[in-house]
Design a protein around this ligand. Structure first.
Ligand SMILES: [Zn+2]
Length: 163
């Protein structure tokens, strides 16, 4: 299974929020359908994500679903106990992709296809996002990479239990 490492908290917004566009400077291979979403390391925390109103909204909605405790912070922070790092957190399908505004092919009708889409990037459309109840620990990598066999087995076992 191919995997993409996504910096936290953007990975959170895919696994536990409504983010269904992944922004990359390169298009996905045509043959790519199934994609493991891997949450990056704590050291790779993305400040822009921390201050994204979209991520903060997703965070508030998510925290509201958790059992009440004193550890839930009002917005996602690197030190939060409720974020997953260095683990496969979801499996998605790439349903489509296109280059965003200001490149050769515009988004639909010349407007951004999603509030999560970044102009000038390739927009990888994610569908059928299946969040893993138990994220599978694994170190990440750049570009597309292949899950180690034992990690893929653990991921597929969880997908099978969901089905
Ligand atoms: Zn788009």
């Amino acid at each position: 299974m191919q995997a993409l490492t996504v910096k936290v908290p953007w990975s959170f917004a895919i696994a536990h929020g409504p983010k269904r566009v992944e922004n990359r400077s390169w298009p996905p291979p045509r043959s790519l359908r199934e994609l493991a979403i891997h949450a990056g390391a704590r050291s790779g925390w993305d400040d822009a994500g921390e201050f994204s109103p979209l991520v903060i909204d997703a965070w508030r909605d998510y925290v509201a679903t958790l059992p009440a405790d004193n550890a839930a912070l009002p917005w996602p922070r690197r030190e939060s106990l409720h974020l997953d790092f260095s683990a496969v957190v979801a499996v998605a399908e790439i349903t489509a992709s296109h280059a965003g505004l200001s490149m050769r092919w515009p988004c639909q009708g010349g407007e951004l296809c999603s509030e999560w889409a970044v102009p000038g990037q390739y927009h990888w459309q994610l569908g059928n996002v299946r969040t893993l109840a138990t994220p599978v620990p694994c170190s990440g990598n750049r570009k597309l990479w292949t899950l180690p066999d034992e990690v893929e087995s653990a991921v597929r076992a969880q997908l099978a239990r969901r089905a």
